[in-house]
Design a protein around this ligand. Structure first.
Ligand code: 5GP
Length: 130
């Protein structure tokens, strides 16, 4: 069965898209730790990030490097934190999270509840800063 992220890639389920090319997609996390919390994925479905081939692995991080400054321009923050967890969705992905302290990277804290309109407006702003 396809991962939920492959379904997003195939447009079977929607996302708030930030950036896309032939191999990668960036979109807002639906349960964000902070406004602008973005996921960056390879379109190819590979569960574990360290099982990506070297080229795709490096290109995934290079794609994230293009997206992060646009998030930083949009959300006032100290910097963009980057982390990989992968315990919930078996499709390799990088989290890009606007942070001001170590606590802002704590996945145990409650997630933000944003409206569809807030997600859409945030994605549009970030896209505008790419
Ligand atoms: P992880 O696999 O890194 O532990 O967590 C997966 C992340 O994907 C979580 O932060 C979760 O909120 C996010 N997520 C799970 N399902 C969806 C979805 O259908 N759409 C979006 N945009 N994010 C999702």
């Amino acid at each position: 069965m396809s991962s939920i992220f492959t379904k997003i890639v195939n447009k079977e389920i929607p996302c708030y898209k930030i950036a896309e090319d032939d191999s990668f997609l960036a979109f807002l996390d639906i349960n964000p730790l902070a406004k602008g919390h973005t996921l960056v994925i390879p379109k190819k479905e590979v569960d574990y990030i360290f099982h990506l081939d070297d080229t795709l692995y490096k290109e995934l991080f290079a794609f994230a490097k293009k997206v992060a400054p646009a998030i930083e321009k949009t959300i006032k923050c100290e910097r963009i934190g980057i982390t990989v967890i992968g315990l919930e969705v078996p499709h390799a992905h990088i989290h890009l999270i606007p942070i001001n302290s170590l606590y802002d990277m704590d996945f145990k804290q409650p997630k933000l509840k944003l409206t569809q309109e807030e997600f859409a407006a945030m994605a549009e702003k970030i896209r505008g800063n790419l």
